[in-house]
Design a protein around this ligand. Structure first.
Ligand SMILES: Cc1cc2nc3c(=O)[nH]c(=O)nc-3n(C[C@H](O)[C@H](O)[C@H](O)COP(=O)(O)OP(=O)(O)OC[C@H]3O[C@@H](n4cnc5c(N)ncnc54)[C@H](O)[C@@H]3O)c2cc1C
Ligand SMILES: NC(=O)c1ccc[n+]([C@@H]2O[C@H](COP(=O)([O-])OP(=O)(O)OC[C@H]3O[C@@H](n4cnc5c(N)ncnc54)[C@H](O)[C@@H]3O)[C@@H](O)[C@H]2O)c1
Length: 448
């Protein structure tokens, strides 16, 4: 949180400072780490299954996280007039924030403008028995996205509750590290926002590596036992049939909840929705005009680059004195799921395009990665590319790449969309051979 007037940047704990712990960077670093068990096989090379040393994986993750954090802290230390205070902040009135600092006296900060940027934390699902497990001697076997990154050993049998970004990224990673992973997803597909053929391809990829995926599966309770082979039992309901899954550990990956519950927002007259997300307008102003909210805490797309773009909105408003140019409306929301291979997406999904432009001729092109020369050469042909276009104007409305460096290929199409290139422009472009980009010549041959 930032209170300006006396410009102070508040973070609840030094180790939380910056976003690096809650980012897929550690996941991807580990997925592509030399210790991952399933590197793409290359003809002529013998598969080697390396011995896992979890402490080295964790050390590498910590090194990367620490180096990014230190860089950010050093940059802030050099900003004139900026003070960084590590403490837990809450409002005591619309113009005063009080900071509780461990081992020191509280500080009251009075300011004319405030920016709330407190993020989210893992949501605890409403699961019968969970409270008792969390109070039992087995509580350390219940993991979230932060705790799983600090494990000493690879879990033998990991149940992952939730088939979204976090469930998929950590599910695949730990399967590769040697766990036997089961993903329990209550919806009918993994990554519910994706088009169905993309989700199906994602499922096929993780299943091909040995991950068990249970769709349409509602967790109904959790319990522990000292008698069973594994201490955790998750009771589930699969379309009317009761099943029980045993695990050595369980990862809760059922979404995130905003860090707004301890901010005493009512003291500042700030309105939230039922989930606790702060209500803001398109320039991020809350119901109290001198207080703004940025990043995950207001419930927009929960990505680091969106949080950063929120900063640009504030910058333009306050520093560049341009209050109209940049808003949250109609900004692109690209993202990359750091499974391996990656899933990159920009723009509209097919269903969104058909709903938004119901009078337009919407066309789609779906091309398996096995048609991509570079994918064949690198021996990783799993996945697909999918584009959604306006069939009359040729405008590219959305694009997904599930394939090697899918995030980079997606970004290339994003730049084309920013420059208002049509799909025909990409079809006719001269790309270097043999790059992944070159496949953007051929994709459009699949348009229907
Ligand atoms: C495992 C995981 C992987 C992810 N991977 C990616 C990815 O690859 N790409 C991507 O774009 N996004 C990713 N995300 C999402 C991304 O981390 C968030 O969208 C982003 O961090 C949000 O930034 P933020 O500034 O809103 O909040 P945060 O980065 O969460 O920062 C909030 C800060 O506020 C502090 N704070 C909270 N309450 C208080 C208080 N009362 N007083 C003082 N300080 C307080 C916290 O300590 C923290 O430092 C991932 C998230 C997770 C959990
Ligand atoms: N690579 C990235 O950019 C990245 C990586 C990780 C997280 N994130 C961000 O963090 C957010 C949170 O990630 P997440 O994976 O926790 O949440 P999510 O909302 O993406 O996925 C949660 C999944 O859990 C399922 N679910 C919810 N309750 C359930 C239950 N009781 N039983 C079974 N399934 C249940 C939902 O259907 C959903 O598919 C993401 O939406 C994303 O914005 C981004």
């Amino acid at each position: 949180m930032i209170a300006s007037g006396r410009v102070a940047h508040l973070a609840s704990r030094a180790q939380d400072f910056g976003v690096w712990q809650t980012s897929s960077m550690p996941v991807y670093a580990a997925l592509r780490s030399p210790v991952s068990e399933n590197p793409p096989s290359v003809a002529g090379a013998e598969a080697i299954v390396p011995k896992m040393d979890m402490s080295k994986v964790r050390e590498r993750k910590r090194d990367i996280v620490n180096s990014f954090r230190a860089g950010t802290e050093a940059r802030l230390a050099n900003v004139e007039g900026l003070e960084v205070i590590f403490g837990e902040a809450h409002f005591s009135s619309p113009n005063v924030v009080e900071v509780v600092i461990a081992g020191s006296e509280n500080v009251a900060l009075e300011a004319g403008t405030f920016f709330i940027n407190t993020g989210e934390r893992p949501a605890i699902p409403d699961l019968p028995g969970l409270d008792a497990v969390l109070q039992s001697k087995h509580k350390t076997l219940v993991l979230d996205s932060t705790r799983i990154q600090e494990l000493e050993d690879v879990p033998e049998k990991l149940i992952v509750l939730g088939g979204g970004y976090i469930g998929l990224e950590f599910g695949q990673l730990f399967q590769r590290l040697g766990s036997k992973v089961t993903i329990v997803q209550r919806g009918s597909q993994l990554l519910p926002r994706e088009d169905s053929e993309v989700s199906a391809a994602v499922k096929e990829i993780v299943e091909s590596e040995g991950v068990e995926v249970l769709l349409n599966t509602q967790a109904s309770g959790i319990r522990t036992s000292d008698q069973a082979i594994f201490p955790i039992t998750l009771d589930c309901n699969v379309q009317g049939t009761a099943i029980s899954l045993e695990g050595s550990h369980i990862l809760l990956a059922t979404g995130r909840t905003p860090n707004t519950n301890t901010l005493r927002l009512e003291k500042a007259g700030i309105v939230t929705n039922t989930k606790g997300h702060i209500q803001v307008n398109t320039t991020l102003q809350t119901s109290t005009p001198h207080i703004y909210a940025l990043g995950d805490c207001y419930g927009g797309p929960a990505f680091t680059h969106i949080s950063y773009d929120d900063f640009r909105i504030i910058r333009d408003h306050f520093i560049n004195n341009n209050t109209t140019a940049r808003t949250t409306e109609n900004r692109p929301v690209p993202y990359t799921v750091y499974m391996d291979p990656q899933l990159g997406h920009i723009g509209l999904h097919e269903s969104e395009a058909r709903e938004k432009f119901s009078s337009k001729k919407i066309q789609t092109a779906v091309m398996p990665m096995k048609y991509v020369a570079r994918a064949l050469e690198t021996d990783e042909t799993r996945g697909l590319m999918k584009a959604v276009v306006d069939g009359e104007s040729g405008e590219i409305l959305g694009f997904t790449c599930l394939g090697v460096e899918g995030g980079e290929v997606m970004s290339l199409v994003q730049v084309a969309m920013m420059g208002k290139l049509t799909y025909s422009d990409l079809q006719e472009a001269v790309f270097a051979h043999p790059t992944f980009a070159e496949s953007l010549n051929n994709l459009w041959g699949f348009l229907k």
